[in-house]
Ligand binder design. Structure first.
Ligand code: ATP
Length: 217
């Protein structure tokens, strides 16, 4: 994010990609204006929250008129740094890693997995999609050369911390951790943890105990 961007609350920042994706769809369908009620219905965030979120960016909407889609889109693109492609490294080209490589995020925004790493000889030197897979021995050299500061971890949990230490030492600032391991990093590095098994279990638990009506929050 650029330095002149207003500092927005983290909860708001997390919703930005959601708004952005919906606005992009609206834009491509030729719609020029959107009300907070319409946005609310589409992204499943209540309209008061949407209005509060948008208020952090200045008075972008007018009552009874809605928000200008083009303006919002330009604003979000800038705020989310969508004009600039962010290259990401993926460590661990197993089942999940391979799925992420095929998916490769380009439909939603401007981040792209640009390189993969593994230790299994059969995978080294191959490409998945257009992403080359290199040996872990080359990790530091390649990510430094490519200027990569974001990594996705899809290795077996016991290796996660050692690899994280190497990534941190090689100037990686953001790690999306798909392993169940809880990672220790310095304050200058940010880890987002996605434990699919836990998410699935908690969904089943919530369905069983709360049904579908009550919100989790
Ligand atoms: P697969 O069936 O391809 O093994 P998987 O997702 O079930 O997939 P895992 O054991 O979870 O396999 O390992 C994920 C990937 O991480 C594998 O491709 C494996 O070779 C790789 N891997 C294992 N140890 C390391 C390591 N130390 N550094 C990098 N990659 C590793």
């Amino acid at each position: 994010m650029s330095n002149d961007t207003v500092k927005i609350p983290q909860a708001t920042a997390k919703r930005l990609p959601l708004y952005y994706r919906f606005l992009k769809n609206l834009h491509s369908s030729g719609k020029q204006r959107v009300s907070s009620a319409e946005l609310s219905e589409a992204v499943k965030v209540d309209s008061a929250t949407i209005r509060r979120d948008f208020s952090y960016f200045g008075a972008l909407g007018k009552k009874g008129y809605g928000y200008n889609v083009n303006y919002l889109l330009t604003f979000f693109r800038k705020t989310l740094d969508q004009d600039e492609l962010t290259k990401v490294a993926l460590i661990g080209v197993g089942n999940l890693g391979t799925a992420l490589l095929h998916y490769n995020f380009l439909k939603n925004n401007n981040t792209k997995i640009a390189v993969g790493f593994d230790v299994e000889e059969a995978k080294i030197g191959t490409s998945i999609g257009d992403v080359p897979i290199h040996h872990m021995d080359e990790l530091e050299k390649i990510i430094t050369e490519m200027g990569i500061t974001v990594a996705i971890l899809t290795v077996p949990a016991p290796f996660a911390q050692t690899i994280t230490d190497r990534l941190v030492a090689a100037n990686v600032k953001g790690i999306l951790n798909f392993t169940p391991a809880r990672l220790t990093v310095p304050a200058t590095t940010r880890v987002h943890h996605i434990d699919l098994a836990v998410e699935l279990q908690s969904l089943v638990y919530f369905l069983k105990h709360y049904g579908v009506d009550e919100e989790e929050e």
